[in-house]
Write a protein that binds this ligand. Structure first.
Ligand code: TRP
Length: 336
């Protein structure tokens, strides 16, 4: 049986938080350990440029995100772990795909439509501040996926449309030039929780309500203490299903621990006590990776080496595929 190719990208902006960990990183690392899959995970630094024009931020975030994945046990013997910008075939393929992509398809992209909507609401020109990078974002993403014939693409719900566009683009290319690309499918984990943040809304950088993944112990404790609760006193029964504290507990606990905490809520556990236990639970899981993370941040050369090896493995696939695709569209050397 041939292996499935699981592929996903991580945009290198921002510092990973608990929501990223529970919703994306932890399941992706688990998936990469399955024998019947070949995982391709990469740092989407070209995508970062669409959102962020601060070179230091992009650089630091690339380092932090690479260190995060390695610290959490990503095994680069099993996973092809690379940086998008180390694969020159990706922007090359992006252009070939751009030339078969209908502009109308891009007009329908949520990210672009949202930006236009915001401009209109503010009374600005519809395209104010919108770059071609943002407009063409889905084509770059299609190239990321099709370059390695990724057939399963784990993403958050907000990215499903992009995978559908990658399918459309692949189909269009295949229709014109012959079968070169596998049609990718989005994989959205139904059982992975979308974590709530400090204020009870979805944990997200844009709400400024996150708990960063590798905070020092004391700060982690402080953040957990800031989680919004209600005014119920110790001894008063509390509803676990509307509680951010309980939801976070569940994301880190075993089934038995979850049931035990549910009972504690019914018994009226004090918020302070529930938060103390929550801190201990989370800290236990993150303690060792946090130490490794801090060591890795001090060893950028090691990380660079890992990424370079990853790029070499990735290019063993992308270089020959690109050669075929270039020939298919009629560019390249004249002597056949
Ligand atoms: N756009 C994705 C995000 O913001 C990241 C990404 C870039 C990606 N290229 C990809 C995800 C290819 C899956 C496949 O989450």
């Amino acid at each position: 049986m041939s292996k499935e190719t699981v592929l996903t990208g991580i945009t290198t902006t921002g510092t990973p938080h608990l929501g990223n960990y529970v919703g994306a990183i932890r399941p992706a690392i688990a998936a990469s350990q399955q024998a019947n899959t070949q995982a391709y995970y990469f740092l989407a630094d070209y995508h970062a440029l669409i959102k962020c024009q601060e070179p230091e931020t992009v650089r630091l975030s690339t380092l932090e995100i690479a260190a995060t994945w390695l610290a959490l046990g990503l095994n680069t013997d099993n996973v092809v772990f690379y940086r998008q910008s180390d694969i020159p075939e990706i922007p090359e393929l992006t252009w070939l795909l751009t030339c078969v992509t209908a502009k109308g398809l891009m007009n329908r992209a949520h990210a672009y439509k949202d930006a236009v909507q915001k401009n209109k609401a503010a009374g600005d020109d519809a395209d104010h501040g919108i770059t071609l990078g943002l407009f063409g974002y889905p084509v770059l993403m299609a190239a990321d996926i099709l370059m390695f014939n990724g057939n399963k693409v784990p993403v958050g719900r907000d990215q499903i449309q992009h995978i559908e566009m990658a399918r459309d683009i692949a189909q269009r290319f295949n229709h014109i030039y012959g079968e070169h690309f596998v049609l990718p499918e989005a994989v959205v984990g139904d059982n992975v929780a979308v974590l709530q943040g400090l204020d009870g809304r979805k944990m997200s950088k844009s709400y400024n309500n996150t708990i960063p993944l590798f905070l020092p112990e004391k700060k982690l404790k402080k953040h957990i203490n800031k989680i919004k609760t209600n005014l119920l006193e110790p001894g008063e029964p509390k509803d676990p299903d509307t509680s951010t504290v309980f939801q976070l507990w569940q994301a880190f606990a075993t089934a038995e621990q979850t049931e035990a905490m549910r009972a504690e809520f019914a018994n009226g556990i004090a918020w302070g006590e529930a938060k103390k236990q929550l801190f201990e639970l989370i800290n236990e899981e993150l303690k060792a990776p946090r130490e490794r993370y801090n060591e890795l941040l001090e060893a950028p050369d090691f990380i660079e080496q890992q990424l370079k090896e990853g790029a070499e493995k990735a290019r063993a696939y992308s270089v020959p595929l690109m050669k075929k695709v270039r020939a298919a569209v009629g560019i390249g050397s004249l002597n056949r």
